[in-house]
Ligand binder design. Sequence first.
Ligand code: NAD
Length: 312
Amino acid sequence: MRFKRPKIAIIGAGHTGATIALMVAQKEIGDIVLVDIPDLEMPAKGKALDILQTSPIEKFNVHIIGTANYQEIEHADIVVITAGIARKPGMTREDLIQTNASIIRSVSEHVKCYAPNSYVIVLSNPVDAMTYVCLETTGFSKNRVMGQSGILDTARFNTFIAEALHLSVEDVTSFVLGGHGDEMVPLVSYTYIGGIPLEKMLSKAQIEQLVERTRKGGGEIVELLGNGSAYFAPAASIVKMIEAIVKDKRRVMPVIAYLQGDYHVHNACIGVPVVLGGNGIESVIELHLNEAEQKAFANSVHAVYRTLEYIK
Ligand code: NAD
Protein backbone atom coordinates (compact mmCIF):
# COMPACT_ATOMS: atom_id res chain seq x y z
CA MET A 1 0.00 0.00 0.00
CA ARG A 2 1.16 3.50 -0.83
CA PHE A 3 0.60 6.18 1.83
CA LYS A 4 -0.95 9.41 0.56
CA ARG A 5 -0.98 12.91 1.92
CA PRO A 6 -4.52 14.02 2.90
CA LYS A 7 -6.27 16.11 0.25
CA ILE A 8 -7.85 19.34 1.47
CA ALA A 9 -10.26 21.19 -0.82
CA ILE A 10 -11.01 24.81 0.04
CA ILE A 11 -14.03 26.29 -1.68
CA GLY A 12 -13.74 30.07 -1.93
CA ALA A 13 -10.26 31.47 -2.54
CA GLY A 14 -10.89 34.81 -0.85
CA HIS A 15 -9.41 36.15 2.39
CA THR A 16 -10.19 33.18 4.62
CA GLY A 17 -9.74 30.53 1.89
CA ALA A 18 -6.27 31.71 0.87
CA THR A 19 -5.17 32.13 4.50
CA ILE A 20 -6.35 28.61 5.37
CA ALA A 21 -4.42 27.33 2.33
CA LEU A 22 -1.23 29.06 3.50
CA MET A 23 -1.55 27.70 7.05
CA VAL A 24 -2.35 24.16 5.85
CA ALA A 25 0.68 24.28 3.55
CA GLN A 26 3.04 25.68 6.20
CA LYS A 27 1.96 22.97 8.63
CA GLU A 28 2.35 20.37 5.85
CA ILE A 29 -1.07 18.94 6.63
CA GLY A 30 -1.95 17.90 3.08
CA ASP A 31 -2.28 18.75 -0.59
CA ILE A 32 -4.57 21.67 -1.35
CA VAL A 33 -7.13 22.51 -4.02
CA LEU A 34 -8.31 26.11 -3.89
CA VAL A 35 -11.61 26.57 -5.79
CA ASP A 36 -13.35 29.78 -6.81
CA ILE A 37 -15.94 30.84 -9.39
CA PRO A 38 -14.92 30.86 -13.11
CA ASP A 39 -14.56 34.68 -13.12
CA LEU A 40 -12.02 34.41 -10.29
CA GLU A 41 -10.17 31.29 -11.47
CA MET A 42 -7.03 33.25 -12.38
CA PRO A 43 -6.66 34.92 -8.95
CA ALA A 44 -7.21 31.47 -7.36
CA LYS A 45 -4.42 30.04 -9.52
CA GLY A 46 -2.22 33.04 -8.69
CA LYS A 47 -2.72 32.65 -4.92
CA ALA A 48 -1.99 28.91 -5.14
CA LEU A 49 1.21 29.52 -7.09
CA ASP A 50 2.27 32.30 -4.73
CA ILE A 51 1.79 29.99 -1.70
CA LEU A 52 3.64 27.18 -3.49
CA GLN A 53 6.58 29.52 -4.01
CA THR A 54 6.90 30.01 -0.25
CA SER A 55 7.65 26.25 0.05
CA PRO A 56 11.40 26.45 -0.69
CA ILE A 57 11.67 29.20 1.94
CA GLU A 58 9.41 27.66 4.57
CA LYS A 59 10.51 24.10 3.67
CA PHE A 60 7.23 22.26 3.17
CA ASN A 61 6.24 19.63 0.64
CA VAL A 62 2.64 19.84 -0.54
CA HIS A 63 0.91 20.28 -3.87
CA ILE A 64 -1.39 23.25 -4.24
CA ILE A 65 -3.51 24.31 -7.18
CA GLY A 66 -6.13 26.97 -7.87
CA THR A 67 -9.07 26.13 -10.11
CA ALA A 68 -12.71 26.73 -10.97
CA ASN A 69 -13.19 23.10 -11.96
CA TYR A 70 -14.91 21.07 -9.24
CA GLN A 71 -13.57 17.82 -10.73
CA GLU A 72 -10.27 18.75 -9.09
CA ILE A 73 -11.76 18.16 -5.61
CA GLU A 74 -12.32 14.48 -6.43
CA HIS A 75 -11.31 12.18 -3.50
CA ALA A 76 -10.82 15.14 -1.15
CA ASP A 77 -10.62 13.99 2.47
CA ILE A 78 -11.66 17.37 3.86
CA VAL A 79 -13.68 20.11 2.18
CA VAL A 80 -13.73 23.56 3.76
CA ILE A 81 -16.49 25.87 2.54
CA THR A 82 -15.64 29.58 2.73
CA ALA A 83 -17.60 30.52 -0.40
CA GLY A 84 -19.94 33.41 -0.07
CA ILE A 85 -19.91 37.06 0.54
CA ALA A 86 -18.40 38.58 3.68
CA ARG A 87 -20.04 41.14 5.95
CA LYS A 88 -19.65 44.79 5.11
CA PRO A 89 -19.78 47.60 7.74
CA GLY A 90 -23.31 47.96 9.12
CA MET A 91 -24.38 44.59 7.73
CA THR A 92 -25.53 41.84 10.13
CA ARG A 93 -24.73 38.19 9.57
CA GLU A 94 -28.44 37.67 8.88
CA ASP A 95 -28.28 40.12 5.94
CA LEU A 96 -26.08 37.57 4.25
CA ILE A 97 -28.57 34.73 4.56
CA GLN A 98 -30.26 34.60 1.19
CA THR A 99 -27.19 35.05 -0.97
CA ASN A 100 -25.02 32.68 0.97
CA ALA A 101 -27.72 29.99 1.30
CA SER A 102 -27.98 29.63 -2.46
CA ILE A 103 -24.18 29.64 -2.81
CA ILE A 104 -23.86 26.91 -0.13
CA ARG A 105 -26.56 24.80 -1.79
CA SER A 106 -24.75 24.90 -5.10
CA VAL A 107 -21.31 24.25 -3.56
CA SER A 108 -22.74 21.37 -1.47
CA GLU A 109 -24.20 19.72 -4.60
CA HIS A 110 -20.69 19.71 -6.09
CA VAL A 111 -19.18 18.33 -2.89
CA LYS A 112 -21.77 15.55 -2.83
CA CYS A 113 -20.98 14.69 -6.44
CA TYR A 114 -17.17 14.91 -6.44
CA ALA A 115 -16.11 14.27 -2.82
CA PRO A 116 -18.83 11.99 -1.43
CA ASN A 117 -16.62 10.56 1.31
CA SER A 118 -15.25 13.85 2.59
CA TYR A 119 -15.60 15.58 5.95
CA VAL A 120 -17.00 19.06 5.43
CA ILE A 121 -16.26 22.14 7.54
CA VAL A 122 -18.40 25.21 6.87
CA LEU A 123 -17.20 28.74 7.62
CA SER A 124 -19.56 30.86 5.48
CA ASN A 125 -21.98 33.04 7.46
CA PRO A 126 -24.48 32.85 9.01
CA VAL A 127 -22.52 29.74 9.79
CA ASP A 128 -24.95 27.81 12.01
CA ALA A 129 -27.62 27.98 9.30
CA MET A 130 -25.14 27.39 6.45
CA THR A 131 -23.90 24.22 8.19
CA TYR A 132 -27.52 23.03 8.28
CA VAL A 133 -27.99 23.85 4.58
CA CYS A 134 -24.83 21.90 3.74
CA LEU A 135 -25.89 18.90 5.84
CA GLU A 136 -29.33 18.88 4.22
CA THR A 137 -28.01 19.29 0.66
CA THR A 138 -25.18 16.74 0.85
CA GLY A 139 -27.21 14.23 2.88
CA PHE A 140 -23.92 13.25 4.57
CA SER A 141 -24.05 11.75 8.06
CA LYS A 142 -24.05 14.26 10.92
CA ASN A 143 -20.52 13.37 12.07
CA ARG A 144 -19.16 14.49 8.66
CA VAL A 145 -20.68 17.97 8.37
CA MET A 146 -19.75 20.65 10.89
CA GLY A 147 -19.24 24.39 11.19
CA GLN A 148 -16.68 26.67 12.76
CA SER A 149 -17.51 29.42 15.21
CA GLY A 150 -16.73 28.42 18.81
CA ILE A 151 -12.98 28.06 18.38
CA LEU A 152 -12.79 31.62 17.07
CA ASP A 153 -15.21 33.05 19.64
CA THR A 154 -13.32 31.29 22.43
CA ALA A 155 -10.00 32.61 21.09
CA ARG A 156 -11.43 36.14 21.14
CA PHE A 157 -12.68 35.74 24.72
CA ASN A 158 -9.29 34.33 25.81
CA THR A 159 -7.43 37.18 24.09
CA PHE A 160 -9.49 39.83 25.88
CA ILE A 161 -9.14 38.05 29.27
CA ALA A 162 -5.35 37.74 28.90
CA GLU A 163 -5.09 41.42 27.92
CA ALA A 164 -7.25 42.54 30.86
CA LEU A 165 -5.18 40.53 33.34
CA HIS A 166 -1.78 41.17 31.70
CA LEU A 167 -1.21 37.42 31.76
CA SER A 168 -0.28 34.87 29.12
CA VAL A 169 -3.05 33.64 26.80
CA GLU A 170 -1.48 30.21 27.24
CA ASP A 171 -2.94 30.00 30.73
CA VAL A 172 -6.47 31.01 29.77
CA THR A 173 -9.02 28.29 29.03
CA SER A 174 -12.66 29.00 28.35
CA PHE A 175 -15.59 27.88 26.29
CA VAL A 176 -18.05 29.72 24.06
CA LEU A 177 -21.29 27.90 23.26
CA GLY A 178 -24.28 28.59 21.06
CA GLY A 179 -24.78 30.34 17.73
CA HIS A 180 -22.17 32.56 16.07
CA GLY A 181 -24.15 35.72 16.66
CA ASP A 182 -24.50 38.43 19.26
CA GLU A 183 -26.40 35.87 21.40
CA MET A 184 -23.38 33.52 21.70
CA VAL A 185 -22.72 32.23 25.22
CA PRO A 186 -19.21 32.69 26.67
CA LEU A 187 -19.27 30.27 29.62
CA VAL A 188 -17.77 32.24 32.49
CA SER A 189 -18.24 29.33 34.90
CA TYR A 190 -15.94 27.20 32.68
CA THR A 191 -13.24 29.88 32.38
CA TYR A 192 -9.96 29.38 34.23
CA ILE A 193 -6.60 31.12 34.40
CA GLY A 194 -3.96 28.54 35.24
CA GLY A 195 -6.61 26.56 37.10
CA ILE A 196 -8.04 29.60 38.96
CA PRO A 197 -11.66 30.51 38.19
CA LEU A 198 -11.94 33.80 36.26
CA GLU A 199 -14.59 34.94 38.74
CA LYS A 200 -11.88 35.00 41.45
CA MET A 201 -9.66 37.30 39.35
CA LEU A 202 -11.99 39.91 37.86
CA SER A 203 -15.14 41.64 39.07
CA LYS A 204 -18.56 40.79 37.68
CA ALA A 205 -18.67 44.11 35.83
CA GLN A 206 -15.23 43.58 34.26
CA ILE A 207 -16.19 40.07 33.14
CA GLU A 208 -19.45 41.34 31.66
CA GLN A 209 -17.48 43.88 29.59
CA LEU A 210 -15.24 41.11 28.19
CA VAL A 211 -18.27 38.94 27.43
CA GLU A 212 -19.91 41.82 25.56
CA ARG A 213 -16.73 42.56 23.58
CA THR A 214 -16.51 38.86 22.65
CA ARG A 215 -20.12 38.84 21.46
CA LYS A 216 -19.37 41.82 19.23
CA GLY A 217 -15.85 40.57 18.35
CA GLY A 218 -16.56 39.96 14.67
CA GLY A 219 -18.24 43.35 14.22
CA GLU A 220 -15.30 45.14 15.87
CA ILE A 221 -12.96 43.78 13.20
CA VAL A 222 -15.43 44.48 10.37
CA GLU A 223 -15.53 48.13 11.46
CA LEU A 224 -11.72 48.36 11.69
CA LEU A 225 -11.04 46.68 8.35
CA GLY A 226 -13.62 48.77 6.55
CA ASN A 227 -13.85 46.15 3.82
CA GLY A 228 -14.53 42.51 4.61
CA SER A 229 -14.33 40.55 7.83
CA ALA A 230 -11.71 38.81 9.98
CA TYR A 231 -9.63 36.12 8.34
CA PHE A 232 -6.42 35.32 10.24
CA ALA A 233 -8.03 33.97 13.43
CA PRO A 234 -10.92 32.33 11.52
CA ALA A 235 -8.39 30.54 9.30
CA ALA A 236 -6.36 29.36 12.30
CA SER A 237 -9.59 28.01 13.84
CA ILE A 238 -10.40 25.99 10.72
CA VAL A 239 -6.86 24.60 10.57
CA LYS A 240 -7.19 23.40 14.17
CA MET A 241 -10.32 21.45 13.13
CA ILE A 242 -8.66 19.99 10.01
CA GLU A 243 -5.68 18.80 12.07
CA ALA A 244 -7.92 17.21 14.70
CA ILE A 245 -9.63 15.15 11.97
CA VAL A 246 -6.74 14.16 9.69
CA LYS A 247 -4.46 13.37 12.65
CA ASP A 248 -7.29 11.64 14.60
CA LYS A 249 -6.49 13.76 17.64
CA ARG A 250 -9.81 13.37 19.52
CA ARG A 251 -9.59 16.99 20.67
CA VAL A 252 -12.31 18.60 22.75
CA MET A 253 -13.44 21.82 21.14
CA PRO A 254 -16.56 23.84 20.43
CA VAL A 255 -17.88 22.93 16.98
CA ILE A 256 -21.17 23.56 15.20
CA ALA A 257 -22.87 20.15 15.20
CA TYR A 258 -26.26 18.83 14.15
CA LEU A 259 -28.30 18.22 17.29
CA GLN A 260 -31.24 15.87 17.69
CA GLY A 261 -32.11 16.21 21.33
CA ASP A 262 -28.69 17.05 22.81
CA TYR A 263 -28.95 20.23 24.89
CA HIS A 264 -32.74 19.98 24.21
CA VAL A 265 -32.11 21.20 20.64
CA HIS A 266 -33.92 19.42 17.82
CA ASN A 267 -33.10 19.55 14.12
CA ALA A 268 -30.63 22.46 14.13
CA CYS A 269 -26.88 23.00 13.92
CA ILE A 270 -25.34 24.96 16.78
CA GLY A 271 -22.02 25.32 18.61
CA VAL A 272 -21.46 22.76 21.38
CA PRO A 273 -18.43 20.99 22.83
CA VAL A 274 -17.55 17.89 20.83
CA VAL A 275 -14.80 15.31 20.53
CA LEU A 276 -13.25 15.87 17.10
CA GLY A 277 -11.18 13.04 15.64
CA GLY A 278 -10.65 10.74 12.69
CA ASN A 279 -14.37 10.03 12.44
CA GLY A 280 -15.26 13.74 12.45
CA ILE A 281 -17.63 14.60 15.30
CA GLU A 282 -17.09 11.53 17.47
CA SER A 283 -19.49 12.67 20.21
CA VAL A 284 -21.22 15.71 21.69
CA ILE A 285 -20.30 16.54 25.29
CA GLU A 286 -23.23 17.65 27.46
CA LEU A 287 -22.14 20.30 29.97
CA HIS A 288 -24.01 21.25 33.08
CA LEU A 289 -25.11 24.88 32.63
CA ASN A 290 -26.23 27.15 35.45
CA GLU A 291 -29.59 28.89 35.19
CA ALA A 292 -28.26 32.08 33.57
CA GLU A 293 -26.21 30.07 31.04
CA GLN A 294 -29.22 27.87 30.21
CA LYS A 295 -31.29 30.97 29.57
CA ALA A 296 -28.59 32.54 27.39
CA PHE A 297 -28.12 29.29 25.45
CA ALA A 298 -31.89 28.98 24.86
CA ASN A 299 -31.86 32.56 23.57
CA SER A 300 -29.01 31.75 21.19
CA VAL A 301 -30.75 28.59 19.95
CA HIS A 302 -33.85 30.66 19.33
CA ALA A 303 -31.86 33.10 17.15
CA VAL A 304 -30.48 30.17 15.11
CA TYR A 305 -34.00 28.71 14.66
CA ARG A 306 -35.20 32.13 13.44
CA THR A 307 -32.45 32.22 10.78
CA LEU A 308 -33.30 28.66 9.71
CA GLU A 309 -36.98 29.50 9.39
CA TYR A 310 -36.05 32.46 7.23
CA ILE A 311 -34.13 30.19 4.88
CA LYS A 312 -36.81 27.53 4.77
P1 NAD B 1 -14.09 36.73 0.63
O1 NAD B 1 -15.10 37.58 -0.06
O2 NAD B 1 -12.71 37.24 0.77
O3 NAD B 1 -14.02 35.31 -0.11
C1 NAD B 1 -15.16 34.56 -0.47
C2 NAD B 1 -14.82 33.88 -1.77
O4 NAD B 1 -15.88 32.97 -2.11
C3 NAD B 1 -14.71 34.87 -2.96
O5 NAD B 1 -13.44 34.72 -3.57
C4 NAD B 1 -15.85 34.44 -3.87
O6 NAD B 1 -15.57 34.62 -5.24
C5 NAD B 1 -15.97 32.97 -3.51
N1 NAD B 1 -17.22 32.36 -3.97
C6 NAD B 1 -18.46 32.92 -4.01
N2 NAD B 1 -19.33 32.02 -4.55
C7 NAD B 1 -18.62 30.90 -4.82
C8 NAD B 1 -18.96 29.63 -5.37
N3 NAD B 1 -20.21 29.36 -5.74
N4 NAD B 1 -17.98 28.71 -5.52
C9 NAD B 1 -16.69 28.99 -5.16
N5 NAD B 1 -16.33 30.18 -4.62
C10 NAD B 1 -17.29 31.11 -4.46
O7 NAD B 1 -14.72 36.40 2.05
P2 NAD B 1 -13.97 35.78 3.32
O8 NAD B 1 -13.44 36.87 4.17
O9 NAD B 1 -13.05 34.70 2.84
O10 NAD B 1 -15.21 35.13 4.10
C11 NAD B 1 -15.89 34.02 3.55
C12 NAD B 1 -17.13 33.68 4.36
O11 NAD B 1 -16.74 33.24 5.65
C13 NAD B 1 -18.10 34.84 4.58
O12 NAD B 1 -19.42 34.37 4.53
C14 NAD B 1 -17.76 35.31 5.98
O13 NAD B 1 -18.83 36.00 6.59
C15 NAD B 1 -17.49 33.98 6.64
N6 NAD B 1 -16.69 34.01 7.86
C16 NAD B 1 -17.11 33.21 8.89
C17 NAD B 1 -16.39 33.15 10.07
C18 NAD B 1 -16.83 32.20 11.17
O14 NAD B 1 -16.29 32.25 12.27
N7 NAD B 1 -17.77 31.32 10.92
C19 NAD B 1 -15.24 33.92 10.22
C20 NAD B 1 -14.81 34.71 9.13
C21 NAD B 1 -15.55 34.74 7.95
